[in-house]
Ligand binder design. Structure first.
Ligand code: ADP
Ligand code: DP6
Ligand code: CO
Length: 332
């Protein structure tokens, strides 16, 4: 019997954002969200059962993690231990091919990969949809990284009905891509978790955000179905900026922006005014993501090279869903 599980998951960037929980323990979101999975950024995770060990161990990028980080994933792995009725401790080895905690969605690929690896290590038969309800409880955005292309996370009714899960809605196999403008890939000071909690609890704009995000979701799904890139882009940019506006309304106000984020936003507006469709979105970090058409990406990059260094501009196509890896594929 196999006693390990290996899994790769890609990150995803939300076009309609998740920013706030209605239940913090169960990771039930205030509103449904929608994302695009990226192929340029991913996490590989290996979970090995260690039945004689007394505690879980966790290595991230080859470095043994301390108590706080280990406890965080141990609590998450408990969900799988419970499901499998197997109390074995595990060793987790994970490699991020994405900057950690920089607003580039490392928690999404991380908990999606960890979910897939736990499923395989504990020999559980779980559909991808049900597995997404597990991933959700590690990090909300991870729910969506189970699938490739455009993915919706249905906010659902409650946890027990397994209704708060991801659904793949479109393969995004048309002219869609993303360009990341890396402004600062260091670790953020305020985690997404704490930032969204503070926003829900104190921002006067919060109820309006939820109402407007639900409307944006309906509109973007319609635009995706019509493969109307411009409409998808316009809704994406507006939704992301509304989320940041809601954060500015928190007390104390929250801003993840840096001066170069503003510069990048302005440059994209200029490029758009020249007739090239491209739209900005940003998450809980200063890095700027540009939703564009793959057919224009090199043109956009060339213009941005006047203001940004080559290694700040990372292009990405559309990523696929989680994949189990073989031990022979594990090259670390
Ligand atoms: P991000 O914008 O990168 O998603 P978050 O604040 O949402 O930032 O989450 C970052 C946290 O996710 C890290 O501090 C760590 O606790 C967790 N994390 C990131 N990568 C991994 C990994 N490969 N395995 C387990 N946990 C991870
Ligand atoms: C701005 O999923 O990282 O990227 O559920 O607390 O782990 P937790 O937060 P996380 O939040 C992501 C916030 C966002 C928007 C999004 O990805 O939808
Ligand atoms: Co995150």
């Amino acid at each position: 019997m196999e006693n390990s599980g290996l899994c790769r998951a890609h990150t995803n960037i939300a076009l309609i954002k998740y920013w706030g929980k209605r239940d913090e323990n169960l990771f039930l979101p205030m509103n449904s969200s929608l994302s695009l999975t990226l192929d340029a950024f991913y996490t590989d995770t290996k979970v090995t059962l260690e039945p004689t060990a007394e505690a879980d161990t966790f290595y991230l990028n080859g470095v043994l993690q301390g108590e706080k980080e280990t406890q965080k994933i141990a609590n998450f792995i408990d969900l799988f231990r419970h499901e499998a009725n197997n109390n074995s401790r595990v060793k987790v080895e994970s490699y991020n091919h994405v900057p950690t905690a920089a607003g580039l969605a490392s928690s999404a690929s991380a908990f999606a990969a960890l979910s897939g690896a736990c499923r395989d290590a504990f020999n559980l038969e779980l559909s991808t949809e049900v597995l997404s309800t597990f991933a959700r409880r590690g990090s909300g955005s991870a729910t969506r990284s189970l699938y490739g292309g455009f993915v919706e996370w249905n906010k659902g009714i409650d946890h027990d009905s397994l209704s708060s899960h991801a659904i793949p809605i479109d393969a995004a196999d048309w002219d869609v891509a993303m360009l990341v403008i890396a402004v600062n890939t260091g670790e953020k000071k305020l985690s997404s978790r704490v930032g969204m909690k503070q926003t829900v609890e104190t921002s006067a704009f919060y109820p309006a955000w939820v109402e407007s995000a639900e409307k944006d979701l309906i509109a973007i799904k319609d635009a995706i179905q019509a493969q109307d890139f411009i409409r998808v882009g316009e809704i994406t940019e507006a939704n992301g900026m509304k989320m940041h506006g809601t954060m500015l309304g928190a007390i104390p106000p929250i801003s993840y922006w840096e001066p170069e984020s503003v510069k990048a936003f302005q440059k994209i507006q200029e490029i758009r005014a020249q007739g090239i469709p491209c739209y900005v979105t940003m998450d809980a970090g200063p890095n700027v993501k540009v939703l564009c058409q793959g057919s224009n990406i090199e043109k956009i990059k060339k213009i941005l090279l006047k203001d940004f260094k080559p290694d700040q501009l990372i292009t990405s196509g559309v990523g696929s869903g989680i994949q189990s890896l073989k031990l022979s594929d594990w090259t670390y």
